[in-house]
Design a protein around this ligand. Structure first.
Ligand code: ARG
Ligand code: ZN
Length: 471
């Protein structure tokens, strides 16, 4: 006689788990992390916790040679996985064993370990690579700026693939050790704290450590002849600034501006709360580009930022990003407003406290000077598109949105939000929608309509004016 045996489902599940995984259970990690603007940025299947980069760079030839040790955790069973790198790779080891690798597209490295990787396991990946970063073209351009005495990696949304292999997307942050050997008399600048430096046989090695989660595009490397200044904040944090010795007419204004880093950061703490990292500073290399970038702990400033004299405002902008952009980062590149709208608004607040025009006056000025038929109003700061990711509208209209919020909810709630947000999502990632929800929670007001108008309408909204002062 047959009896049906009913196996309780929990037991069935445990029996299934006991069956060894077959090869079919291991699949390749995705070649992108799922970004809406940049489908091949980042990769699927693993999460990096630390990058240890050991590099050597020769300015005379632009040759960069490196060994990257990447500490990661698998998030699925992996038959292979990708890294993002544009330089030529000569060897890959996974958990100490040689792995097969192939390049696909301009910056995808496909790594096939000797044995498949199980989900939720620590994995170490060692990549040896070399090349001339200025000659690496990804989508037709190079993010590496070669200078007369060195080179600089500082770009957004991507710069990592020109100098190290990574999971290149803000969703996967990690800590960094960057050790760079350069010819004596030349310096290497990176993020965080300079741990040590030593010379041997004509080469000097600089060891930098950035010990808080850091997005890959916020990792920076600059090699060249720099004057380096070191100081401490009142709280004891190291302040390290670096100025190319080759800034020409911009040298004085650059120093006069970047030297205000400590003062600006202390003022920003009064607005945004405690500074999120273990060191601060800024560096000004002798590049010809014109922008600045919030590279973590130590922003990059093009000398052209100081071509018209001292410019504290750009220092305010890049330091504001340390809270808005670096500690709290975009989830997806389409969320760029959570970085740029706030960095721009902080410049308006700085102007307000300096007595040079209130935020409302600056908002009124932007509003008045952009006529209704200005294409400025067709860019949606809440989803500008990859081609308009850094359009002036993301900044200026993005800041107008914050002035409209301030007028709607009043200063008390507004400034509570500016201080609360960097705590709420510290060292993490957030979307535009997360900010809208957070502002609604703090203020207790429905705000979807206001944000729709200022972040998503492709036309000029009706002006937002200051609430009448309480009598
Ligand atoms: N986040 C940077 C800033 O606002 C923008 C960098 C834009 N990139 C560029 N190549 N212009 O400071
Ligand atoms: Zn910015």
């Amino acid at each position: 006689m047959h009896r049906r045996i009913i196996v309780p489902s929990a037991l069935a599940a445990s029996l299934l788990l006991a069956i060894p995984a077959s090869a079919a259970d291991f699949v390749p990690g995705a070649p992108g992390i799922g970004d809406s603007y940049y489908p091949t940025s980042g990769n699927g299947g693993y999460d990096v916790s630390h990058y240890d980069l050991r590099l050597k760079y020769q300015p005379a030839t632009d040759l960069l040679e490196g060994t990257a040790t990447i500490v990661a955790t698998t998030k699925q069973n992996l038959s292979r996985f990708n890294l993002d790198i544009g330089l030529a790779v000569s060897e890959v080891r996974v958990n100490g064993r040689l792995a097969k690798f192939a390049t696909s597209g301009a910056h995808e490295l496909e790594v096939t370990p000797a044995t498949p990787l199980e989900k939720n396991k620590a994995v170490s990946i060692v990549v040896r690579y070399a090349g001339k970063p200025s000659e690496v073209k990804i989508d037709g351009w190079t993010a590496w700026a070669r200078t007369p005495d060195g080179g600089v990696a500082a770009q957004e949304p991507d710069s990592a693939a020109w100098w190290f292999p990574s999971n290149d997307h803000p969703l996967d942050k990690a800590t960094f050790d960057v050790s760079v050997s350069v010819p004596d008399g030349t310096q290497a600048i990176s993020n965080g704290v300079l741990q040590s430096q030593s010379s041997r046989l004509g080469w000097t090695r600089f060891n930098w450590r950035s010990n808080k989660p850091q997005a890959t595009y916020l990792a920076t490397l600059a090699v060249g002849k720099f004057d380096i200044t070191t100081d401490r904040t009142a709280n004891g944090l190291p302040v390290i600034n670096a100025y190319s010795k080759d800034l020409g007419d911009n040298a004085g204004a650059a120093r006069a501006s970047v030297e205000r880093t400590t003062e600006v950061a202390e003022w920003l703490e009064s607005v945004f709360g405690p500074y999120p990292f273990n060191s601060l500073g800024g560096y000004v290399p002798n590049v010809t580009s014109g922008f600045a970038l919030e590279t973590q702990t130590r922003p990059f400033y093009s000398p052209r930022q100081f071509a018209n004299g001292a410019n504290a405002s750009v220092v305010v902008h890049e330091l504001a990003h340390q809270w808005y952009g670096d500690s709290v980062s975009v989830r997806d590149w389409k969320d760029i407003w959570v970085n740029e709208g706030f960095a721009r608004y902080s410049q308006w607040l700085w102007s307000e406290k300096e007595g040079e025009g209130t935020a409302q006056e600056l908002a009124d000025y932007v509003y008045a000077t952009r006529s209704a038929d200005d294409p400025f109003w067709t860019v949606k700061p809440g989803d500008p598109g990859a081609e308009n990711q850094f359009h002036i509208a993301v900044y200026d209209r993005g800041a107008l949105a914050l002035q409209a919020l301030r007028n709607e909810i009043g200063d008390e709630d507004f400034f509570a939000i500016l201080k609360g947000w960097p705590q709420r999502f510290a060292y993490g990632n957030a979307r535009v929608a997360d900010f809208v929800r957070y502002a609604e929670q703090v203020s207790g007001k429905p705000l979807a309509g206001l944000f729709d108008t200022w972040l998503y309408e492709p036309s000029k909204p009706a002006a937002s004016t200051a609430a009448p002062a309480a009598s």
